[in-house]
Design a protein around this ligand. Structure first.
Ligand code: PLP
Length: 434
């Protein structure tokens, strides 16, 4: 093995000497492009033609870049109240957001955090302390194979063990893992896969369990792996029979991505806790929230200081983030058909693409279309074929970020029909290079 200290950082002038980019091996990657501005689905770049942001900049940009209404609402709020400590104060934007999200999710209480990972951490801590507060401490947690819940330690522990968290493996608490019976068009084995998963879940639930966590309907980072609504309903039934808690990680799926405002609603399940982020602020500002049922909230009331949920972040309920989130909800309320009808816009394109010899396991839910590449080589994230498709798509004006051998589109709601067509045509060009 090479001595890491002997590895030379490429001296390309385009690598910023003081930046450390996320999820990037600098030694073997090309330097990032410089983004100058964004408008709708388009990103304007320095020394490069504009690109369609076909993955909503890591799944956050919901209505398009620099949406003028959200920008205006944030600016107004910045001139009014930019930040206030949330332990001693509340403010109108936070109250409004809590009321609206409570009504939309059916979960009465909202706890603020900073991003998807912290929203999951909060859900996890609430679930575990809820049992402790009842004098029934429970330590078993159940998650699904292929899950991704974030990069902080608790969220990482809940996720699938893989390359990304391998350096920390010994420090991650144990989690029971149930197979995720992902499915696609023409999948003949789905019933069998679901049955095996449910059997495993039932077996684990024989041990008292603090909570089961899942990404409802679609695992994102795990390869845009979709499951059927029916399966989730059966999962919920088992959880209710076992009298444990269900945490829905809707960090990706929230705010219309699956064609309903929330994937849980679409699947007909009622989680006890729900983590939200990404599209929460329309993709403008980092913010996470954890929604909790009143039953959970009540478990933290009482005179004993030990029953308090001792958790908080400096920027809890940042008024700018709340203003952005309220503005984003205004837009979703005004035009729900934009997410409700998105699937029918993908459908004809994905259908015709599914005839390509390199396309395997096509699948579609709401605004998200995905398939696997039918190629040789390593399976999963380290397969290089996706990078070839990515490079070719870039030449055709489309930014993709394949998950190894999984190609997907997750565009902002504002993308035009012509731009969507351009995305599929760019993917086809990429597939023809393989
Ligand atoms: C389902 C899910 N949960 C949690 C996270 C973590 O969110 P963040 O990157 O904002 O910490 C992600 C991020 O992709 C996610 O997809």
């Amino acid at each position: 093995m090479r001595n890491p200290e002997s590895v030379q950082i490429p001296q390309s002038p385009r690598w910023e000497p003081h930046l450390w980019p996320p999820f990037t091996q600098i030694t073997s990657s090309s330097p990032p492009k410089r983004a100058i501005s964004g408008k709708g689905a388009l990103l304007a770049l320095e020394s490069h033609p504009p690109l369609i942001d076909a993955i909503s900049s890591w799944w956050v940009t919901l209505h398009g870049h620099a949406h003028p209404y959200i920008a205006k609402e944030i600016a107004n709020q910045a001139h009014t109240l930019e930040q206030v400590i949330f332990a001693n104060f509340t403010h109108p934007q936070a109250e409004l957001l809590a009321t609206r999200l409570s009504e939309k999710t059916g979960l009465q209480r909202l706890f603020f955090s900073d991003d998807g990972s912290t929203a999951v951490e909060v859900a996890l801590k609430i679930a575990c302390q809820w049992w402790k507060n009842r004098n029934e401490p429970r330590h078993q947690l159940i998650a699904f194979e292929g899950a991704y819940h974030g990069d902080t330690f608790g969220a990482m522990a809940l996720g699938e063990r893989n390359l990304f968290n391998a350096p920390f493996e010994k420090m991650l608490f144990p989690v029971k893992r149930v197979p995720w019976p992902s499915t696609w068009w023409g999948d003949l084995d789905v019933e069998k896969k679901e049955r095996l998963a449910l059997e495993k879940l039932a077996e684990y639930l024989e041990t008292p369990t603090a909570a089961v966590i899942m990404e409802p309907l679609i695992q994102g980072a795990g390869g845009m792996a979709m499951v059927r609504e029916k399966f989730l309903q059966k999962v919920e039934n088992l959880i209710r029979e076992a009298k444990t808690l269900l945490i829905a990680d809707e960090v990706l799926t929230g705010f219309g991505r699956t064609g309903n405002l929330f994937a849980s609603k679409k699947a007909g399940i009622s989680p006890d806790l729900m983590a939200l982020s990404k599209g929460l602020t329309g993709g403008f500002l980092p913010m996470g929230v954890t929604m909790a049922s009143e039953k959970i909230f009540k478990g933290f009331l009482g005179e004993d200081p030990k029953s308090t949920f001792w958790h908080g972040h400096s920027f809890t309920a940042n008024p700018l983030g709340c203003a952005a989130a309220n503005a984003s909800l205004d837009l979703l309320d005004q035009e729900p058909q934009l997410f409700e009808e998105f699937e029918s816009r993908h459908f004809p394109h994905l259908k015709s693409l599914s005839n390509h010899k390199r396309v395997k396991n096509p699948r579609l839910i709401g605004t998200i279309a995905a398939f696997n590449l039918d190629v040789d080589g390593v399976k999963g994230y380290l397969n290089n074929a996706g990078l070839i498709v990515k490079e070719e798509a870039m030449k055709k004006g489309v930014f993709l970020r394949p998950l190894g051998d999984v190609i997907y589109l997750l565009p902002p709601l504002c993308i035009s029909d012509e731009q969507l067509e351009q995305c599929y045509s760019a993917i086809t060009s990429g597939l023809n290079c393989l």
